[in-house]
Design a protein around this ligand. Sequence first.
Ligand code: NAD
Length: 459
Amino acid sequence: MITELSIADIIKRQRDFFQTGKTKDVDFRVAQLKVLKQAVFENKEVVIKALQADLRKPEFEAYALEVAALKEIDFTIKNIHNWVKPKKVSVPPEQLPASAKIYPEPLGVVLIISPWNYPFQLAISPLVGAIAAGNCAIIKPSEISSHTSAVIAEIIAKYFNADYITVVEGGVETSQKLLAEKFDHIFFTGGTAVGKIIMEAAAKHLTPVTLELGGKSPCIVDTDINLEHTAKRITWGKFINAGQTCIAPDYLLVNQKIKPDLLNAIEKCMKEFYGNNPESSPDYARLISQKHFQRVAKFLEDGNIKIGGEINQDECYIAPTVLDNVSPEASIMQEEIFGPILPVMEYSDIKEAISFINSKPKPLALYLFSNNKTLQQKVLQDTSSGGVCINDTIMQVGVSSLPFGGVGDSGMGSYHGKKSFDTFSHYKSVLQRNFLIDLNWRYAPYNLAKLNFVKKIIG
Ligand code: NAD
């Protein structure tokens, strides 16, 4: 049990360490990124086992979407020397001689609170940015993915000095104790409702926040598509991690002309991916908990089960399911599903699909399957979402040069690649002048010539 005092103490020790200035040294940061890489690399089997224990996560998915944090570390090590360089900017002529530069500087001690669905990746990936930018960090992993939480705590304790980077394990109460303290940044990944709690707590200390939240990410399917590729990409994106992916396509908005063909193609893919009985497939994960299972299983009543629908409560198993004839008023359409059920809604004119999306909170991701360039532009122009992926699902998250984050209810701020460095940095503006000349135009007593000069500058 962590007491209030010990949390305060941990933070105090990290503040003292930060004050030594060690983390400001870029060589130190690179060395620590290499330590993190080694820590992930040497422990990947343990991590994969923990993910299996928590979510029965298939090894492939654990590698591709969690141990993948290694790629982010490599990208950062490769680019950090460019990112830390002060950036020279222009100076208006009346200020010359002078130079202006923007210096990135670390924020201090940051808090990273992570969720249970990709419990390793979503703790480690923000940490890469925090280290690169020169901060000390405390990670609070989700208590719900308890095996992975324990492994993260063990690994970090083994490879890092706790005065620099440490893990505080625990649930809501621990989270609240952490939030009662002052941090220099809070990076939170989780649900929208909890995001509000985090922001409220942060406001008391004027702590800036990054909120990586969730929501209902729509997937529009037009008629002008490659049916086979579309079906595969939707099936994969929806059912990896048993649908417990923040950017999973939450529901389909499909052109009614292609709906029967699309659903048949998705059914074929589901059989190819998981066989006739997905419960026995090693490539299909489980829901995280009984509570979560019950919440998601209820949605099965919200439409006609077209494919799947089987459940096994003891195993927290819900088959990959496609739900047809779903009313927009149904409960499955009111909240993020975060499970392996794909409701299907249809449209006859793209305007209907767009206005449906715009009647809901802004999603984290928006998917569009269409070769039609005019339609692509229309959807891009007429909707707002954290990100968009055209003709695929999920893959946008793997492009380090694309910032990842939400807008409105799906979050604020972003990260990945350079954006992670930016998120954990303060950009300090520095104007530097010298003593060579000192023109009198701005000093009192003001006269007409000075006034005219100012008028000329202002325009
Ligand atoms: P959650 O919000 O319940 O929990 C996230 C973290 O917050 C956990 O560490 C938890 O201990 C802590 N927490 C929970 N309640 C709290 C409270 N009252 N006060 C303080 N801390 C609290 O989220 P979850 O169930 O772990 O994850 C699922 C949600 O996360 C989904 O909505 C999903 O879309 C979202 N998500 C978003 C992203 C993204 O990158 N945008 C990624 C993964 C998950």
